[in-house]
Design a protein around this ligand. Structure first.
Ligand SMILES: [Zn+2]
Length: 303
């Protein structure tokens, strides 16, 4: 959108009255879908998202495609997106050393590295105790930063865990401090299970901002129990200007009862428009993206 004041996509403060949305539909949105999209189909979706005004996209994750076939071809996808949409901030998720190696081989400049602070979630996801996983992640962040990558460090289950319930905020703050000290320019607090409440978002955001004032802060919210937009509003009120959203509210796990998708990009755009905050995203063009997802996945997404 030429002429529209916008935030610098990678970091730095957003302009007043402007928020940046990081599109998650291609990664979080697809990782549990039975229908596997091809790289060509994903590229078509990237094109539609870019045309709708999305500036930052997490296009996939560098995980083992045998374990998660939905994320196969992420390297090829990244190379094509970087070549075809040089102004789009193309990001991907990295969870381990092998993933980082693959991402660096693609020449990526921006990566999301992410670790869980909940014990059972960490053991199930990466087969490591949370404290050990954090040690590993701190080393990975250092390695990525040393390789010239701008790192966003994500804290999964920052607002609680389905198995364990509450996660101690002191644990979250300790993790955030270590990740920022390792060189992460951005800290992402993820409500992985969708358990957050607006009061909790306000309180934790304030504590994290005080603990790592040098880091940019972003929120990754799920819509379990319909709290997604309320939590997003609370985060905005607490000063957050960067939010993860997914077109059509994709995400979560369709096979596990009770975990809802990400906050829908179109709902976030509508919410911010209603309070006079620009996102740079065009709702009519975004509707085309949702329709394309519906056609590809064979189900209705608009609620
Ligand atoms: Zn998520």
């Amino acid at each position: 959108m030429p002429g529209t004041p916008g935030p610098e996509a990678g970091g730095g403060p957003a302009a007043p009255g402007f928020v940046l949305l990081e599109e998650q539909s291609l990664r979080d949105g697809l990782q549990n879908e039975a229908r596997l999209l091809t790289v060509a189909e994903k590229l078509e979706l990237v094109g539609l998202l870019a045309a709708a005004g999305i500036r930052r996209i997490q296009v996939g994750s560098f995980v083992d495609p045998r374990r998660m076939p939905q994320m196969a071809g992420t390297g090829e996808l990244v190379a094509q997106v970087q070549a075809d949409w040089p102004h789009l901030l193309c990001s991907a998720l990295v969870l381990n050393a092998r993933g980082l190696e693959r991402a660096l081989a693609c020449g990526m400049h921006h990566l999301s590295l992410s670790v869980s602070v909940a014990e059972s979630h960490s053991r199930r996801n990466v087969g490591r105790a949370a404290a050990d996983a954090l040690d590993d992640m701190v080393a990975l962040v250092r390695g990525a930063v040393a390789a010239g990558v701008r790192v966003r460090a994500g804290v999964q289950c920052a607002f609680g865990c389905l198995q364990e319930g509450d996660v101690d905020e002191a644990t979250v703050l300790a993790a955030v401090k270590r990740l920022a000290a390792a060189g992460a320019a951005e800290i992402n607090l993820a409500d992985t299970a969708g358990l957050a409440t607006p009061f909790q978002v306000r309180r934790l955001v304030a504590r994290v901002r005080a603990a790592v004032p040098e880091a940019r802060l972003s929120l990754h919210l799920h819509d379990t129990g319909g709290q997604g937009l309320a939590n997003l509003a609370a985060g905005y009120g607490a000063g957050v200007r960067l939010f993860d959203t997914a077109a059509g509210g994709l995400g979560g796990c369709p096979f596990v009862e009770g975990v809802a998708g990400n906050v829908a990009t179109e709902e976030a755009v509508r919410f911010f428009e209603a309070i006079g905050v620009a996102t740079g995203v065009d709702l009519a063009a975004l509707a085309q993206v949702v329709r394309r997802y519906e056609a590809l996945l064979g189900r209705t997404l608009v609620r």
